[in-house]
Structure formats: structure tokens, C-alpha cells
Design a protein around this ligand. Structure first.
Ligand code: ZN
Length: 476
């Protein structure tokens, strides 16, 4: 387990807390003093943030066994060469910059050599190289393969290393040894409600997904899978949801829901008796229902899930803000995400809501919600690569507005594990910058920095997500 750094260690690194004051001959303890930070202090901060292990609250990693088994399977994975590093997120920037669908397919295909792929990619790479997504590719290449940038001379060699690295234990090596991540919470996109193919461990745990069974349900079959007889009534649907939580709740680290991609987050309080008849129609022929009727069923079932999640003490992680992909975001709905959630937040005061991706680009509203509601937390997952400068500003502003226990500062949000180290590096840089700026402007005392860093990178997640409970459930 990577070691945590306490205040004494930090002072050991900096030499003394006095070093800052000595540089200027003033004490930074008064709010009116503007300290000039020494280069030494800044480099000590970088070192402290580097050494502090992240708890990673959001990834989409497939199982390592699947990655290894599918290493040479052309049907199941992008070719294991450098093109794979552009298969998640970076692909969106490349395509928005002008790369055609056909060219993108070639980039991840098994048909072209790395050299041929580079020739096709180079001009688009150049257009996007300053974005967080592309910076993340570069930082990952640097962290994993020791190369500062990708180019025509090293694309073959990097590709060979990517392929060679796909070996038993490579997840642990990349996450722990390279990225200094203590634990990662996985939202598996391919295993439906819950990933049962492997147990949670000290390295990985799994979210329970409510999208298919409640918040975005479009047919009863998804719930029928968990019922011993075909569901006909709303009561039976509720019992099935209870059964799902009974079965997976103890093993899940949290509930994850990304229904925001397909519908507004206004989950209204629909009384059971008001939709009994509609629900029976839904079971028989969902295509006959109006959109608002389907929404009412989803609203009701999702609120049932929230009751169960609360009972099992599972935090609810909700996608808010920006959409992955390109050419598809409904910005007016995104803009309303946080306003839409307020009734739910008020109706479920004992439920922990973790609002993901800082609701970008509406992150100021998220600070307001986290400051105002006891049960709302902010998760910076994905945000560092969507817009690194904004994420840095968000963290800085959050820390002087809302209690410091209300934020989780890292989730790579990646399918390929190879891109997590780059994201972790960018996040560490942003955290260091935010803390440095707060110190420099006199909003934060140097002596408070070590505990704050430990809290936002690690301790908050330990306090909010109960991994010991999960690990115990697997032993039972
Ligand atoms: Zn995600």
C-alpha cells in the first residue's frame, strides 16, 4: 500500500515551515499578506502531490483477463499499437478537428502498420496537440514508455511496447507502480447491472449500474433477468429492484448512473397508484407509450433504486455535464442538469449524491450545491482532460467555498488502462497548481497544505466509499 504523507513528512521535505516566511521576511499568516513562494516550496508541493496515492473514483476498465484474452482478437479490440491510445476521448478531438470517420477507423484498425497510421494521423495530431485529451496521450507515453512525444521515429517501438505489456499483472503495475493509484472504482460498461466475473480486490471495486433497470429502462426484459417469473406489475418491478440490491448491494462500492446522456435529470415523485395502468401497458408493448409515460416509469423506478441504495449505504454517482463523443451534445439539457437534480437531493437527504465531471461547463453551480447541501459531493473525474485549466480553477475556487471533505479529485474515466497514468499526471499538476495559487494569494496557510492534499486525493474517498465492507462481502 503506498504510504501517505503527513504534515511532519511535508515539513521534512520543505526543510521547515519557516522557509516560506524566511524568503520574504514576512509571515503569511495574515490574510492581507501576499507571500512569494520559493521555487523550493513549489517543487516540494509537486513532490508531495506525486507521493500521495490517489483513490480513483471512476474508470471503465474492462477486466484484465479480457484484455489479455482479446489481445489478438481483431473482432473485440482495437489493434494493440499506438492507435489504441487514440481510441478513447482523443478520437473526439481528432474528429472534431477534421479527421474523417474512415480515417479514424483506420487509426484503430488491424490493417495498417504503425508507420502508415502515423502518416495519416500527423496533421490532425498537430491540430489537437494542446488539448487535455492529447496531452493525456503524451503524458501516458512519457510515464509508460519514457518517450517525450509520439513521432514517426518512435511509433513502431511504442506500439511494440504496448503489445508486449499486455501481460498478467499489467493493471496493477500501471495503476499502482506507474500512476500511484491505491484503488480504482470501476463502472463496467459491458456487464450490465454488475460485474460478477471477478471479485473486488484491494486494487479494483465495482459500481452497480441502474441505467438499464430503472433510470433509462425501455423494456421490461432488463428487469425480468433478475426475477423468477415475468414481471407484470409495478409492485413486482419494485420487488425485483429490492432483490437486485440484496444480491449486489453488499458487493458494490457505489451506484453509478449516466442516464443524463438520454434524458433530463428531473426525476419526479410519481406515485405508484398513478402509473399502475401505464406500467402494465409498458410490460406488454412499450412502443405504444408516450415519452412522458416512459419517463414517469423511469422516474418512479429510479426513486425506488435511490431508496435501496440509501438502505445499503451506497453513494449515488451521477453523470452530470459534458457529453463524451462528438456531434451529439444537447447543451440545453446539460445546462439544466444541476437544477433538475435539486428536488431529488431534497427528497433524499440521507442519500449521498456524487455529481461527476464537475458538471462541466457549469462547474460554478456545482460548487454552490456542494456548499449548500450536506448530501452533495463533487467528483473531478474526467474533468482534468476535458479542460485542464478550468479544472484547476474549479478546484481552487471549490476549496475556498465548500468544505474540503466534499470533493474527490481523480477518476481517469478510461477504458484503456494505458491512458490512466497520463490523466493522473495532469490531475497532479492541476492539484499542485491550485494549491500553489491558493498559497501564493494567501488564501491557504502552508501548514494546512499537507493535510488538505491528503484529504482531497485520498482520505475523502476512504471516508465516503466503504471498501472494507465490500471486501468483507466477498469473503462471506
Ligand atoms: Zn465515465
Amino acid at each position: 500500500m503506498p504510504k501517505n504523507i503527513n504534515r511532519r513528512d511535508f515539513i521534512g521535505i520543505t526543510g521547515s515551515t519557516l522557509s516560506l516566511s524566511m524568503v520574504n521576511g514576512t509571515s503569511p499568516s495574515s490574510a492581507t499578506d501576499i507571500p512569494n513562494l520559493s521555487k523550493q516550496l513549489i517543487s516540494n508541493l509537486y513532490e508531495l502531490v506525486d507521493k500521495t496515492p490517489f483513490i480513483d473514483t471512476h474508470e471503465h476498465l474492462p477486466s484484465e483477463a479480457d484484455r489479455i484474452a482479446n489481445k489478438n482478437n481483431k473482432e473485440k479490440t482495437p489493434a494493440p499499437d499506438f492507435g489504441m491510445l487514440f481510441s478513447h476521448y482523443a478520437d473526439s478531438d481528432l474528429q472534431v478537428s477534421g479527421m474523417s470517420d474512415k480515417e479514424y477507423k483506420k487509426l484503430t484498425s488491424w490493417d495498417l502498420s504503425p508507420q502508415e497510421k502515423w502518416e495519416m494521423l500527423a496533421s490532425y495530431y498537430d491540430r489537437c496537440r494542446n488539448t487535455g485529451y492529447l496531452l493525456c496521450v503524451r503524458e501516458s507515453i512519457s510515464a509508460l514508455y519514457g518517450e517525450a512525444d509520439l513521432n514517426e521515429n518512435n511509433c513502431e517501438e511504442i506500439s511494440q511496447k504496448i503489445k508486449d505489456d499486455i501481460q498478467p499483472g499489467f493493471y496493477r503495475r500501471i495503476l499502482r507502480d506507474v500512476a500511484n493509484i491505491e484503488h480504482a472504482q470501476i463502472n463496467c460498461l459491458s456487464s450490465g447491472v454488475f460485474r460478477e466475473s471477478e471479485p473486488a480486490t484491494d486494487l479494483l471495486s465495482f459500481d452497480l449500474s441502474t441505467v438499464g433497470i430503472a433510470s433509462s429502462i425501455s423494456k421490461i426484459g432488463n428487469l425480468n433477468k433478475f426475477s423468477d417469473r415475468p414481471i407484470k406489475t409495478l409492485k413486482q418491478a419494485h420487488e425485483t429492484i429490492e432483490h437486485i440490491f440484496e444480491r449486489f448491494g453488499p458487493k458494490a462500492i457505489s451506484v453509478k448512473d449516466q442516464s443524463a446522456y438520454g434524458r433530463p435529470l428531473l426525476y419526479e415523485n410519481i406515485k405508484d397508484e398513478d402509473i399502475e395502468t401505464t406500467f402494465k401497458q409498458f410490460v406488454q408493448k412499450p412502443s405504444l407509450l408516450k415519452l412522458e409515460e416512459i419517463k414517469a416509469i423511469q422516474d418512479n423506478l429510479f426513486r425506488k433504486c435511490l431508496q435501496c441504495a440509501t438502505e445499503y449505504k451506497l453513494p449515488i454517482k451521477l453523470h452530470t455535464g459534458y457529453f463524451a463523443g462528438h456531434n451529439g451534445m444537447d447543451l440545453s439539457r446539460v445546462r439544466n442538469n444541476l437544477c433538475d437534480l435539486v428536488p431529488l437531493i431534497k427528497d433524499f437527504p440521507n442519500t449521498t449524491f456524487v455529481l461527476m465531471h464537475i458538471s462541466y461547463p457549469y462547474q460554478n453551480e456545482l460548487i454552490a450545491l456542494c456548499k449548500h447541501y450536506r448530501n452533495v459531493y463533487a467528483d473531478m473525474c474526467w474533468s482534468w482532460i476535458i479542460d485542464p485549466a478550468s479544472a484547476t480553477r474549479f478546484l481552487k475556487e471549490f476549496l475556498t467555498a465548500a468544505p474540503a471533505n466534499k470533493i474527490f479529485t481523480f477518476g481517469g474515466d478510461y477504458i484503456p488502462v494505458e491512458l490512466v497514468p497520463g490523466h493522473a499526471r495532469i490531475a497532479r499538476k492541476g492539484i499542485t497548481l491550485a494549491i500553489t495559487q491558493l498559497l501564493h494569494e494567501g488564501w491557504l496557510n502552508e501548514s494546512d497544505a499537507p493535510a488538505l492534499i491528503q484529504r482531497i486525493m485520498n482520505q475523502n474517498a476512504h471516508e465516503t466509499f466503504n471498501l472494507p465492507r465490500v471486501l468483507k462481502a466477498y469473503k462471506a
